[in-house]
Design a protein around this ligand. Structure first.
Ligand SMILES: Nc1ncnc2c1ncn2[C@@H]1O[C@H](COP(=O)(O)OP(=O)(O)OP(=O)(O)O)[C@@H](O)[C@H]1O
Ligand SMILES: [Mg+2]
Length: 317
């Protein structure tokens, strides 16, 4: 399903938090909304779901208009056929895993093959043996899988995820990234995923939409956003950036600590060193600017280091 938001604005108490947003989410793609806290990510998801009413503009699902201030259309959430996975899981504590997942079907009086449909999605998230447990008897990762099963059992056209992994520890988060990707692609649904974690966005998405203060800063494939940031904001928000001037930067991995043909040499002094396991991160003072470069070996603080940069790898704004 294609989601098309046209000229969407949203104000709370006369403060405009979404400003004339134009956003198109492609069918069956995994799109991530990425941006700092307070930039309006949750508000956008809630407007797509119908949980929040825009102040103006239009939202279409394929050829169907679900919201328009001009045409006075506002289809309620339960008729939009959308699944929602929340950051805090939001499971019913007094219902078992099975009943949490069955809840949406029962609420719609959609009881045909209910047992089989619930068990099929519990199988997909590898939780069928936990069907009679209560949420408090599950780990965070398992609870979030129930959250996903509940969102997908009604066969929605689109699943919205609001920072679903942020309550999980780092290892589990990695595992769940792969799993969410696999599950949404198996279901063939359109997915809109919200995060402020750039690694999560880059590793999972077909398309990233970078948001800044309620407006789209840049959108594109993860590689495009990382390698060709269009603005200083995007360059700083996604990935590590080293700055030559206010408007010139390079990514750490494009620089070399060994002399290279066609590269310009920059003299720096080691300010700090961090051991990262697979390598060291060197913090370098380059004429008053701080750079970070990865190195296979440790350097002493105060050591002189030459950094070689190819002009082609410098992004200018
Ligand atoms: N119900 C509300 N009433 C008033 N202001 C609100 C309300 N909901 C959100 N806001 C404001 O709208 C702006 C966007 O909020 P939103 O929750 O969409 O941000 P977010 O990008 O999801 O942030 P986070 O990463 O912290 O979750 C914020 O400035 C917030 O304070
Ligand atoms: Mg939010």
């Amino acid at each position: 399903m294609i989601i098309d938001m046209k000229n969407i604005s949203k104000s709370y108490d006369n403060v405009e938090v979404i400003k004339n947003l134009n956003l198109r989410i492609e069918d069956r793609e995994f799109t991530t909304l990425l941006g700092p806290s307070g930039c309006g990510k949750t508000t956008i998801l809630r407007m797509i779901a119908g949980l929040e009413t825009p102040s103006s503009g239009e939202i279409c699902f394929d050829d169907t208009c679900v919201y328009s201030d001009e045409k006075k259309i506002n289809i309620p959430p339960e008729k939009r056929n959308i699944g929602f996975v929340f950051q805090d899981f939001a499971l019913w504590p007094h219902l078992t895993v099975f009943e949490n997942v069955a809840f949406g079907l029962r609420a719609r009086r959609d009881k045909k093959n209910l047992e089989k449909r619930v068990m099929d999605v519990l199988d997909a998230v590898r939780l069928s043996e936990f069907r009679d447990r209560y949420p408090s008897q599950l780990s965070g990762g398992q609870q979030q899988r129930v959250g996903f099963a509940r969102a997908s059992v009604t066969r929605p056209d689109c699943i919205l995820f609001d920072e679903p992994l942020s309550a999980l520890d780092a290892i589990l988060r990695d595992e769940m990234r792969m799993e969410i990707k696999r599950l949404t692609s198996d279901l063939g649904v359109t997915a809109v995923f919200v995060t402020h974690d750039q690694m999560e966005a880059m590793s999972m998405s077909d398309r990233i939409v970078v948001l800044n203060k309620g407006a789209v800063e840049q959108q594109g494939k993860p590689e495009e956003i990382y390698q060709k940031p269009a603005t200083v904001f995007t360059a700083k928000f996604i990935g590590k950036s080293n700055w030559l001037e206010k408007n010139e930067m390079f990514r750490p991995e494009t620089a070399s600590l060994v002399k290279k043909e066609g590269c310009k040499e920059y003299h720096t002094i080691v300010d700090g060193v961090q051991f990262m396991g697979e390598n060291y991160q060197l913090y370098l003072n380059a004429g008053g600017k701080q750079w970070m470069i990865e190195s296979p070996c440790r350097y002493d603080i105060g050591a002189s280091v030459s950094v070689y940069i190819n002009e082609d790898n410098i992004v200018t704004f």
